[in-house]
Design a protein around this ligand. Sequence first.
Ligand code: SF4
Ligand code: SF4
Length: 235
Amino acid sequence: MNTSPEIIELDRLDSDCCRDWFFDQAFCLTCGLCSSACPVAGVDGFDPRMLVRLVSLGQSGATVASRWPWICTMCAKCEAVCPLGIAIPDIVRRVRGLRDRDAVPGIIHKGLTMAIKTGNNLGLPEEDFVFILEDVAAEIAEEPGFEDFKVPIDKPGANLMATVHNKLVNTHTEDLKHWWKIFHAAGEDWTVPVENWEGTNWGFFTGDDEGMRTLVGRVAANMERLQVNSLLWPE
Ligand code: SF4
Ligand code: SF4
């Protein structure tokens, strides 16, 4: 944990901000099971048990300013093994949400802003999205057994709607093929929405509840618009 003078000062300014969020964190037994289960414990000294203790003891300012909350992958293994069911990923999200948005590491806040504005983290225009999907579908149709393959974009009344991770229309189009071939082989009646197709909700990862809610609402609105029964949200 970075304990620079600047961060210690933050502790003084912000000492109680997390106390009321998760009353149960105060019951932490310091058993360390969370740290044992955590796949990233030890990275830059990250320790979920210590994170819980810091927040419980009113030292949330230190966690907000440190890199620790951004090391967590939100996998929830810690919560699964915690004998008291302490929701560590929720604590991490809340702490992330307290960080100034300009100081959110990496591209995830910018991606969220773009997704709110355009419907996907890349800002990919609709015609480019459709072009990429149809191009991938044409490649699949060249393979034996898939000659009749087409991608059902925005199909009303489909049984299943699949969201798309922006990576799959950017650098990993091969992964789209795996999903689509499984749907085809299973005889699934599926579709991909033409707008608001983004499956990666960086509102969730940045602790921006309002942004997260907006993106989830758009997925639900697509299901309603297309009258789809089921959602595949692989992200
Ligand atoms: S597993 Fe739960 S009780 Fe044990 S140290 Fe971690 S948060 Fe505390
Ligand atoms: S949610 Fe975070 S703290 Fe918990 S086990 Fe996963 S990476 Fe570790």
